[in-house]
Design a protein around this ligand. Sequence first.
Ligand SMILES: *[C@@H]1O[C@H](CO)[C@@H](O)[C@H](O)[C@H]1NC(C)=O
Ligand SMILES: *[C@@H]1O[C@H](CO)[C@@H](O)[C@H](O)[C@H]1NC(C)=O
Ligand SMILES: *[C@@H]1O[C@H](CO)[C@@H](O)[C@H](O)[C@H]1NC(C)=O
Length: 185
Amino acid sequence: MCMSEEAKLLCRWLIAITIIFICFCLSFQNHKPKCYIADLYVPALNTYTKYSNNTRANTFIFFDLKLENVMPFNGLRYDNVNLTFSYNYGAHFLPIAHYTVHGFYQGMAKTAHKRDVTNTHGFPWVDAFDTVSNGSMAVFRVELSAKVRSKQYFWYATKHRLTVQGDMEVGSSGLGEHHRAIRLK
Ligand SMILES: *[C@@H]1O[C@H](CO)[C@@H](O)[C@H](O)[C@H]1NC(C)=O
Ligand SMILES: *[C@@H]1O[C@H](CO)[C@@H](O)[C@H](O)[C@H]1NC(C)=O
Ligand SMILES: *[C@@H]1O[C@H](CO)[C@@H](O)[C@H](O)[C@H]1NC(C)=O
């Protein structure tokens, strides 16, 4: 192709302006983050531990919450993130633990892991232990409730309410089945 110097320069300018314009538009996104339970560990259901009497007294649940900011040009501000853990007991889910992740800021396209442990109250341990001993799965539900807003240059977009949940199956090792992350939807 035979272009004059002026035409080439104009062409470059148009490309640069288009790229800047696309980035500018993208930076006004206000998408909710993707939430996962990457891992769950319930020590009391680990039937491979020798002293199961001791571990049954262990009333804790270990978890790894993964939060993914999917926006390439926006940070995310989280208010407190509420987590509720429930156990599938008979026909309904019985809440056994609450946990709050303190509000925080997440940079563009970043992934955050919140790994912690929470105590339980009123967990029917014997039922859960019998279930996994039998080769069945104990099912835990994790519900997440939070408010988030994306950062756009020097200000924040309006708050979005985020309420998602997912079920994690736990087997006789006390670990989430197949070590697979569960998407909360
Ligand atoms: C373990 O638990 C069983 C029943 O749950 C009880 O009979 C036994 O005495 C306990 N053993 C110890 C060492 O506490
Ligand atoms: C364990 O499995 C047997 C046979 O599959 C069943 O009859 C029994 O009810 C099960 N017990 C529990 C606690 O799930
Ligand atoms: C989180 O839990 C606290 C205390 O129970 C409550 O005041 C707050 O409204 C909850 N936030 C969300 C987003 O559900």
